[in-house]
Design a protein around this ligand. Structure first.
Ligand SMILES: Cc1cc2nc3c(=O)[nH]c(=O)nc-3n(C[C@H](O)[C@H](O)[C@H](O)COP(=O)(O)O)c2cc1C
Length: 407
């Protein structure tokens, strides 16, 4: 389940030029399942109107606590008590100064002072305002007081020159917030588990410019790494592709060949609790990799490549297995179930994810997948055609239900 699902989030908006970006941020949080309420300063309403936030969130906006018509509750206390997560975005130098000093002279700052929820501060301002010793002192104070502060981005400012103080893009803010929440949630299903995921198609060099590989994009492995992180794990991704964005909070190690992958997995395996081998490992490599680019023969004769088998990583790891729960993947174009069952047994896997990559929308490269989960002595579980992140969550949830996490 998404960590934002049904979470009560209060977004405090102050009077910065980047306040329009808070609209996108709120949309993203709501898309993840959060219920968002907004408190804003009077100056913030000069930039984006309360009506816009009210319409977007479908919740009343707290702007002025002295004009409420409801005699039953005090506006800032009601909002502060409702809040589970508070995000100050954009946080002006002025708002930061006030919060660092416990000043509560409007509804927004009073709500900040009144809530006990974790508070995340996203500063955005002119680079000189950010570098000002007073602002730096106030930011240090916020951290010392237990608030979480995101460092602003460096880039073009609204003033027309570049500097440090820009609000990071809303997607990057959500990634940061999500990872902060994961770190602060001790009861997630994979908390304290070390998960190792391999991803992408390995490359076996023919010469310095050419290689043998396969059509694997690495997307499924990256989705598993993201899902494992969302479920609280300490995740290392061994990636044979460099083209995909690494999920926030995931450590990545890049490799090229099957031999590199074996070496890296072997190093990590003893301290791993859950291994997910989603990489498409080349079964063969050239016997020799030329040190110089192979040239066309003058007589245009055919070129014959001699290939030799690469090490079978899962088979090599099987005898070293102590407590690890191991998940493998089988991509087949025919006899899927027979081949997958054989692989499950011969490689001593705890769970095998079988996919028929000849079907449209399944397996390599796309953003969707449809798989069958095989476990020893269990009926196969067939999923619908889902996004790769949903498939990844299903795989890990099945593993947890099957006892992948030991007490
Ligand atoms: C056009 C304009 C843009 C501004 N942008 C920022 C900004 O990005 N960051 C900031 O700290 N202050 C910015 N300010 C200054 C704040 O609006 C000012 O300090 C104000 O008192 C902040 O009030 P508040 O923190 O209560 O919202 C800007 C002011 C103007 C007029």
């Amino acid at each position: 389940m998404d960590i934002w699902n049904q979470r009560h989030v209060t977004v405090v908006i102050s009077g910065g030029i980047a306040s329009y970006k808070a609209l996108v941020l709120i949309r993203l949080l709501m898309k993840r399942g959060a219920t968002v309420r907004v408190a804003m300063t009077a100056h913030a309403s000069e930039f984006v109107t309360p009506l816009t936030f009210q319409t977007l969130t479908q919740q009343p906006v707290v702007l002025d606590e002295f004009t409420t018509s409801d005699p039953h509750h005090v506006v800032h206390v009601a909002l502060a008590d409702w809040t589970e997560t508070m995000v100050l975005v954009p946080a002006t130098a002025n708002l930061i100064a006030k919060v660092a000093n416990g000043i509560a002279d409007d509804a927004a700052t009073t709500t900040v002072l009144a809530t006990t929820a974790p508070k995340f501060v996203i500063p955005a301002m002119n680079s000189h305002m950010y570098a000002n010793p007073a602002t730096q002192r106030n930011l240090k104070q916020l951290t010392a007081d237990g608030l979480f502060v995101l460092t602003p981005a460096t880039g073009m400012l609204a003033e027309g020159y570049a500097g440090k103080g820009r609000l990071p893009e809303p997607e990057a803010i959500v990634d940061w917030l999500t990872d902060q929440l994961i770190q602060q949630t001790p009861d997630l299903p994979l908390a304290h588990q070390r998960v190792l995921v391999t991803a992408g198609g390995t490359r076996e060099a023919l010469d310095p410019v050419r290689y043998i590989s396969n059509r694997s994009s690495g997307k499924m492995g990256y989705a598993v790494a993201q899902a494992a992180r969302e479920m609280g794990a300490d995740v290392t991704l061994i990636s044979a592709t460099r083209n995909l964005p690494v999920p926030t909070g995931v450590k990545v190690v890049y490799v090229q060949s099957a031999a590199d992958l074996l070496a890296q997995v072997s190093t990590e395996f003893p301290t791993t609790d859950l291994l997910v081998m989603a990489a498409a490992v080349s079964d063969y490599r050239p016997v020799q990799s030329a040190t110089e680019k192979i040239k066309k023969p003058a007589d245009h004769a055919d070129l014959t490549l001699q290939l030799t088998e690469t090490p079978d990583i899962l088979k090599r790891l099987a005898p070293q297995k102590t407590h690890q729960y191991v998940i493998g993947f089988a991509a087949e174009t025919q006899h899927l179930m027979t081949n997958a069952q054989r692989k499950l047994t011969s490689k001593k896997l705890d769970l095998l994810v079988a996919n028929d990559v000849s079907k449209p929308g399944v397996g390599f490269n796309g953003d969707t997948n449809q798989v069958t989960l095989l476990q020893p002595n269990q009926a196969p579980i067939k999923t619908a055609l889902l996004s790769k992140i949903e498939i990844a969550r299903t795989i890990l949830t099945t593993a947890v239900a099957a006892g992948a996490v030991q007490a």
